[in-house]
Design a protein around this ligand. Structure first.
Ligand code: SF4
Length: 186
């Protein structure tokens, strides 16, 4: 079928990843990305429990050393989130605020909503065959309990955090907050 199949699909308006884009997306991965957005509510529920479990393991991370745990946890995080979200490992995950649509897949890597170039059909101006990452983010956020977090203003990307684990960072920050709260209460 090859290119003819892709051309037929494109004629229907369906997104057909070229696999030669700067991000080298592939069809299978893109389909899973859309699945994750469609199931944003379930993933939000799951992530809340996962984050709590990770926080419970804080004594373990502390004993191992957060810096020593970094490489193996990053290895796993990259593969799991790569599969589910086409994660680009920015190291400062905001999926919970973007309807489970990773903003780093926007060709302009915008983290505070779409640019002014979204096409009338909701597709990207840079990659005309791809639905805008932020249009999908809005759809995903409407299914989430805390979906209005999409309205929060996000900080610019800190490029020095690339290829580091968001899971560990969020855990370390939450543990530090808990310890401060405990000290204040004592
Ligand atoms: S926001 Fe960053 S860490 Fe989260 S999925 Fe996207 S690239 Fe990965």
């Amino acid at each position: 079928m090859g290119n003819a199949g892709a051309a037929r699909k494109a004629a229907t308006g369906a997104y057909v990843p070229s696999d030669v884009s700067p991000n080298r997306r592939v069809q299978r991965r893109y389909s899973i990305r859309l699945w994750s957005i469609r199931h944003a509510r379930m993933l939000e529920w799951f992530y809340a429990r996962f984050a709590s479990a990770f926080l419970l393991l804080h004594p373990l991370w502390k004993a191992i050393g957060y810096s020593r745990a970094e490489a193996p946890v990053t290895f796993v995080e990259k593969r799991v989130k790569g599969l589910l979200f086409d994660c680009r490992m920015c190291g400062q995950c905001i999926l919970s605020s973007t309807g489970m649509s990773c903003p780093m897949n926007c060709p302009k890597q915008l983290r505070n909503g779409p640019c002014g170039g979204v096409r009338a059909n909701g597709n990207c101006e840079v990659e005309p065959d791809m639905p805008c990452v932020w249009v999908k983010a809005w759809e995903g956020s409407r299914q989430m309990v805390k979906g209005d977090a999409i309205l929060n203003v996000q900080k610019p990307v800190n490029q020095s955090l690339r290829e580091t684990s968001s899971w560990l960072r969020v855990t370390a920050e939450a543990a530090a907050r808990n310890e401060i709260a405990k000290d204040t209460a004592a």
